[in-house]
Design a protein around this ligand. Structure first.
Ligand SMILES: Cc1cc2nc3c(=O)[nH]c(=O)nc-3n(C[C@H](O)[C@H](O)[C@H](O)COP(=O)(O)O)c2cc1C
Length: 148
């Protein structure tokens, strides 16, 4: 059984819903799962003792990538989360009509890689209503589970 943490930033509830789906899937696979809003968990040592940390974040802004509001302070403290050597995975909701579709997922993945984390499962980028992407979410969740 793995010790899994899901941390998400979500303004209108889409990424939060995906976090809930993934939590259920991981629990059903026998893992211990803690879920936290990005603004409600201290950055320091966040990854310590975890077998896998999932980061979920929606993307905002127009011409530039902006992370979801709650996630910004956490991201600014990412150097302290203890990501080196820890498995992580990144997901998020966005809209393909924007220049940087799910740019937050790219930014978080790049930062985790630079910090020495092993980012698993590829990037889960969801366009529009996540309720229309349940199969893609399940399939990604399965890939992440098999990487634990
Ligand atoms: C002002 C505004 C800017 C946005 N900018 C982006 C963007 O740059 N890239 C993107 O993929 N989606 C963008 N979106 C779409 C949101 O990320 C999308 O609605 C997402 O589902 C919100 O997820 P959340 O409810 O988890 O916060 C934008 C939406 C708004 C209203």
């Amino acid at each position: 059984m793995g010790n899994v943490l899901i941390v998400y930033g979500s303004t209108t509830g889409n990424t939060e819903w995906v976090a809930g789906q993934l939590s259920e899937q991981l629990k059903a696979a026998g893992h211990s799962v803690q879920t936290a809003k990005a603004g409600a968990i201290p950055a320091a040592g966040l990854c310590e003792g975890k077998d896998l940390v999932l980061f979920g974040c929606s993307t905002w802004g127009q011409d530039e990538i902006e992370l979801q509001d709650d996630f910004i302070p956490l991201f600014e403290s990412f150097d302290s989360i203890g990501a080196s050597g820890v498995k992580t995975a990144v997901f998020g909701c966005g809209d393909e009509d924007y220049t940087h579709f799910c740019g937050a997922v790219d930014a978080i993945t790049d930062k985790l890689t630079n910090l020495g984390s092993k980012v698993v499962g590829g990037k889960l980028k969801i366009n529009g209503d996540p309720g229309d992407s349940t199969e893609a979410i399940k399939s990604w969740g399965q890939g992440v589970i098999s990487a634990i």
